[in-house]
Design a protein around this ligand. Structure first.
Ligand code: ATP
Length: 322
């Protein structure tokens, strides 16, 4: 192997830069030339790649986002788009590629593997919905940002005896909401994996009020059937909860953070593991952390398996909210 490429795809995640840096430097240390692809699969399709050196990745470890840029590429989901991407890789004599991203990006990576191209995926998304990784790059930072916001919201809610509905990211996966809810001491956690009737939530809030709680915190996953705004409207129209309600949608604030220590370390380890895989010819795999060890999982399995979340933690949260 003489020449490899690296790209970031899908939603940016704090720590992606640490993974890029690790891939670039460990690749160069192996005597390879490393090419950086701009804006994910779109950049690959348009041949937007150029050599990236050790100095180009100086001072990026502590930066959120991705210096390569990222994108959601509809064109890459078509056969023609993928053919153009492969053509660009061949034109630049690239012999292997590292794809840093979440489950959509790794499904894309799998399609490249199916065409026979050597690919290694690196597990990176704040959603933590990727099979083959217990915890993905960006999750811990996003969780800490959500928690900081929740802690602040609880302070002001307590002063006014309010109910707060906080909506957190995670696409179709309730992981971030569940963890932020538990660590933030939520009265109610609403996630897509568990159907929750709004009337039941209203009852829980009323009970919390009658118990004399100074505030009530509801953490809602963005992928839940009823989002925070909709729930608040419904409660206002149908219930006397006691608490006055306020809604906060954290949104992209969660994605833009400075990667914390654990995301920097995880990104560094996974980036190095990816070039290790390419060097020994273990391709068509995702590198991720499983039971605190670096592990590889075939991209075919990653692309076709839904990652479950530990619902016993939801039961625990229910018990603690009493
Ligand atoms: P996150 O969930 O953190 O935003 P992600 O990697 O899951 O990250 P997606 O938008 O789901 O983000 O996917 C990123 C890109 O991967 C898509 O825009 C598309 O180009 C490619 N992709 C997704 N699914 C497929 C597929 N089945 N075949 C080919 N490419 C795909």
């Amino acid at each position: 192997m003489k020449r490899i490429a690296v790209l970031t795809s899908g939603g940016d995640a704090p720590g992606m830069n640490g993974a890029i840096r690790s891939v670039v430097r460990t690749g160069i240390n192996r005597g390879w030339e490393v090419f950086g692809v701009r804006r994910g699969y779109d950049g690959l399709i348009n041949g937007d790649l150029k050599p990236i050196g050790s100095r180009d990745v100086s001072n990026i470890l502590q930066l959120g986002g991705t210096i390569l840029g990222s994108a959601r590429s509809h064109e890459f989901e078509t056969e023609e788009g993928r053919e153009r991407a492969l053509k660009a890789l061949r034109k630049h004599n690239i012999e292997g590629i590292v794809i840093i991203g979440g489950n959509g990006s790794q499904r894309g990576a799998y399609t490249l593997t199916e065409s026979g191209f050597p690919v290694v995926g690196v597990a990176s998304t704040i959603d933590n919905d990727l099979y083959g990784a217990d915890i993905t790059i960006g999750v811990n930072t996003a969780l800490n940002i959500a928690l900081e916001a929740i802690d602040r919201l609880k302070v002001t809610a307590s002063s006014h005896q309010r109910g707060i509905l906080v909506e957190v990211m995670g696409r179709d996966c309730g992981y971030l909401a569940l963890m932020a809810g538990i660590a933030g001491g939520a009265e109610v956690i609403i996630i897509p994996e568990i159907e929750t009737a709004p009337d039941r939530v209203a009852k829980q809030l009323r009970e919390a009020y009658e118990k004399g709680k100074p505030h009530a915190l509801v953490v809602v996953a963005e992928g839940a059937k009823y989002n925070a705004e909709r729930l608040a409207r419904y409660f206002k129209d149908h219930y006397e909860l006691g608490f006055e309600l306020r809604v906060t949608i954290l949104g992209y604030v969660q994605r833009g953070g400075t990667p914390d220590a654990s995301d920097r370390l995880l990104a560094t380890r996974l980036g190095a593991a990816a070039t290790d895989c390419l060097a020994r010819g273990e391709v068509g795999v995702l590198v991720g952390l499983i039971k605190n060890e670096i592990a590889t999982t075939p991209l075919k399995v990653v692309a076709t398996t839904k990652k479950p979340i530990d619902l016993s933690l939801w039961d625990l949260a229910q018990e603690l909210a009493k």
